[in-house]
Write a protein that binds this ligand. Structure first.
Ligand SMILES: Cc1cc2nc3c(=O)[nH]c(=O)nc-3n(C[C@H](O)[C@H](O)[C@H](O)COP(=O)(O)OP(=O)(O)OC[C@H]3O[C@@H](n4cnc5c(N)ncnc54)[C@H](O)[C@@H]3O)c2cc1C
Length: 438
């Protein structure tokens, strides 16, 4: 019997478990660890609460989780409760699928001012991640600035702009819905260092901005390149840019019917955040494109900003005894191999890019590496203690392990607590989750 420990129960973790089942069948036992008492990583705490159909992918992971040779080991933080050397001693292969949960810093003055957040924190707040449930952003200002031109920036802008009725059928947590109900934003400014042809927004998500009840996208026609230049774009991006063109062509009197303006500010690099205690303005430098890259022009502008959310990417959290690539912000690895018997997958391997589905081939390829290493004798003979050894360690340390069965009870309690029309009301604290699971 081979024993595999997968650290992280997000998409990369469960695709790896699925692949390992297929590759090794009855010859493997797989433990999927998570620091939270609840599974599925960013499917629960990242993907937008008003995109329930995307979250449905968790049903596929549940099928894997419920199979005989896979188990969920929740509420255990690897690197704190149990070390990597301990796991490597117990399991033939240890796969890090810990994602990239830390915000990449803006590295500009004023970043520490109040009401300035990274998207991991802000998204975690409205999605009920226990680490960020207490964030308490002030939504009483007129202007929110969202830094970044990717899908996460779109999610944040859309959530800030939607009416309570538009959010009613989502699983946005109660504290966020209540705070958003009282929000007073008139402008949500999306700020990008580069131009319309460099956005990282997908067509479907960008198209949604044009269908909001009380908000309309505002784009200055002069900011768009000549239409014939769209021909060189790949088809997805061309479609996204066609949405920008449609928004730019919308007559002012139609846009003005909606009280919130979602403004696209292209070729604008954030330089400093200004304010006393709390952010009040953002200083930007106008840029120009040189071979697709933004270059400062020296022209400085100031925008009011009552809330700032930066959506500029994420970094993996280091874990003691695991080589880390500081520059790239993820584990140092060669196509998924870190050290003999230690691997990484998903965002922890390649950084924060791609869709949920991109993690699937990642999971399958790391299992191919494990199979190669078994074959080559790198992982030694099949004599490790695996989950029996872990259980002894957990007992000795009095770890409060949450099982998949416990999670199903938590899930049922969340479904019972849902407001009308919503799929669930999430627990936002670890204690509440654990109590519901018992
Ligand atoms: C705001 C946002 C919105 C997104 N929306 C979409 C979308 O609409 N469509 C789409 O296709 N993709 C979307 N994505 C991308 C998608 O969520 C990722 O591709 C995917 O979640 C990455 O999977 P992962 O398993 O590598 O990491 P994660 O999903 O982050 O999972 C990592 C898991 O590891 C656990 N963990 C971390 N450290 C430890 C530790 N030390 N010990 C134990 N457990 C640990 C975490 O608790 C977590 O459960 C979105 C991402 C974000 C941030």
């Amino acid at each position: 019997m081979r024993h595999i420990a997968i650290i992280g129960s997000g998409p990369a973790g469960y695709y790896t478990a699925e692949a390992a089942q297929k590759a090794f069948g009855d010859e493997v036992l797989i433990d999927v660890f998570d620091r939270l008492p609840v599974p599925y990583g960013l499917i629960r705490t990242g993907v937008a609460p008003d995109h329930q159909s995307i979250k449905a992918v968790s049903k596929r992971y549940e099928k894997v989780a419920l199979s005989d040779n896979v188990r969920f080991v929740g509420n255990v933080t690897i690197g704190e409760d149990v070390s990597i050397p301990e796991l490597r001693e117990l399991y033939d292969a240890v796969v890090l699928a810990t994602g990239a949960p830390r915000d990449r810093p803006l590295d500009i003055p004023g970043e520490d001012l109040g009401n300035v957040f990274g998207s991991a924190a802000f998204v975690g707040w409205y999605n009920g991640h226990p680490q960020f449930a207490g964030l308490d952003p002030d939504l009483s200002g007129k202007t929110a600035v969202v830094i970044g031109m990717g899908n996460v920036a779109l999610d944040v802008a859309r959530i800030l702009a939607k009416t309570p009725a538009e959010l009613a059928g989502s699983d946005i947590v109660a504290h966020a819905l209540e705070a958003l109900e009282g929000s007073k934003f008139e402008r949500v400014v999306l700020l990008g260092r580069r131009g319309p042809h460099q956005i990282m927004m997908t067509p479907k998500e960008l198209g949604e901005l044009g269908e909001l009840a009380r908000a309309a996208p505002h784009i200055a026609p002069a900011d768009l390149p000549a239409p014939e230049e769209d021909a060189i774009l790949e088809p997805g991006l061309r479609k996204s840019v066609s949405h920008l063109r449609a928004y730019a062509a919308t007559p002012e009197h139609i846009r003005a019917e909606k009280p919130i303006a979602i403004e696209f500010a292209f070729l604008a690099a954030p330089k400093a955040l200004l304010g006393t205690g709390k952010v009040e303005a953002i200083e930007i430098e106008k840029t120009r494109l040189v071979h697709g890259q933004a270059e400062g022009t020296g022209e400085i502008e100031r925008l009011p900003a009552d809330l700032v959310v930066s959506c500029i990417g994420y970094r993996t959290s280091p874990i003691p005894d695991v080589p880390f690539d500081e520059r790239a912000g993820r584990f140092a690895n060669d196509e998924g191999r870190i050290l003999p018997g230690l691997y990484c997958v998903g965002w922890a391997r390649r950084g924060p890019s791609g869709t949920i589905g991109t993690n699937r081939p990642d999971g399958y390829s790391v299992v191919e590496l494990i199979a190669e290493d078994v074959e080559a004798g790198v992982l030694g003979r099949a004599t490790r203690r695996g989950r029996a050894g872990f259980d002894a360690l957990a007992q000795a340390r009095q770890l409060d392990v949450v099982t998949f069965r416990d999670w199903k009870k938590i899930e049922e309690a969340e479904e019972r607590a849902a407001r009308e029309g919503a799929p669930r009301e999430k627990f936002v604290d670890i204690e509440g989750m654990i109590k519901a699971g018992r």
